[in-house]
Design a protein around this ligand. Structure first.
Ligand code: GLU
Length: 315
């Protein structure tokens, strides 16, 4: 398949290698998150990136066998799954579509909005959506999401049980307060089940190739997945995908992107001059644990800035 004006396809291994080396140096300015013990123990030098083009070309760098948890990177995929299963009306009766300038785990934002989560990329929105996943318990709910994602993206995601134990080992009072307010406002029924499901889906894990495959799910948007659902998810990633840096990143880089506290990051690269993600150029997946002050992977942000500037990927 030929993609017109596909500059992502024109990238050479040597060009990318230069940016990768710079990104790895930059990453050492970042910090590891402290509130999840296993993430705090990550090696700050761990690094993997995959550039994947729609014609099948793949460029990989770093340790491609590393396994890492998606954390908040799972949020757009929970949204896509539920849009497909339940439809937009049911989903957006539980969660809004507006960006927020508050942190990802803000209770203040939820209180200001009378208990309706601002968007699905915040913890409040993702916890509300976790409560809509089909299944009897957190494990089966997570499994149904995992099976669906693996089937449609051809990836091998799995639940990392030791990461889940680590997440559970520290009481997350903020997420609990969010879930309690959601329940009081009528946006979820069972606080424990919603929190447990949310923790499970955040611990879905895989390699950089799996993350790139998830990105391609949004980039290619192949049948039976509806194009309008991919567009909705990509748009929300553009406006809300990078915590408080979302607005700035949308102007500077402009690629639909989602980051997570593990240092994972996934971007969709649209075709030149088109917001038609059905004809995207490809996807970029990056994993590098050190985070900037806004909680985004330093190396991931750096790489995307280089790409967007030099290649004018926005069109
Ligand atoms: N499970 C994490 C939390 O709720 C995910 C946060 C993130 O990746 O931003 O704190």
């Amino acid at each position: 398949m030929t993609v017109p004006n596909s500059r992502l396809l024109n990238l050479t291994q040597a060009q990318l290698k230069t940016w990768v080396v710079q990104a790895q140096i930059q990453s050492q300015r970042g910090q590891l998150p402290e509130y999840i013990p296993l993430l705090a123990q990550a090696n700050p030098f761990w690094f993997a990136v995959q550039f994947q083009c729609i014609d099948g070309q793949v460029h990989q760098f770093g340790n491609i066998t590393l396994l890492f948890p998606l954390m908040s990177v799972v949020k757009p995929f929970v949204l896509l799954f539920l849009l497909e299963q339940l439809g937009a009306e049911a989903v957006f009766s539980r969660v809004g579509i507006e960006p927020s300038d508050e942190p990802f785990n803000s209770l203040k934002q939820l209180q200001a909005d009378q208990g309706l989560p601002r968007n699905p990329m915040l913890n409040s929105g993702a916890i509300a959506l976790a409560s809509l996943l089909p299944g009897e318990n957190a494990h089966s709910r997570c499994e149904s999401l995992c099976l669906w994602l693996n089937h449609h993206s051809n990836s091998q995601l799995f639940l990392d049980e030791s990461m889940l134990s680590s997440v559970r080992s520290v009481a997350n009072e903020r997420n609990r307060a969010i879930a309690t307010l959601l329940s009081q406002s009528g946006y979820l029924d069972d606080v424990e089940l919603a929190l447990d499901t949310y923790n499970h889906v955040c611990c879905l894990s895989g390699t950089i190739a799996d993350l790139a495959s998830l990105g391609m799910l949004l980039a290619q948007c192949q049948k039976p997945i509806r194009l309008e659902h991919c567009r909705t998810v990509n748009s929300l990633m553009t406006t809300c995908g990078l915590y408080q840096a979302s607005r700035r990143f949308a102007v500077e880089v402009g690629l639909p992107t989602k980051s997570g506290v593990s240092g994972a990051m996934v971007s969709v690269v649209p075709s030149q001059g088109a917001i038609a993600y059905g004809t995207a150029q490809g996807a970029i997946a990056c994993y590098s644990p050190p985070l900037d002050q806004e909680g985004n992977s330093v190396a991931g942000v750096f790489l995307l800035q280089q790409l967007a500037q030099v290649l004018n990927l926005k069109g």
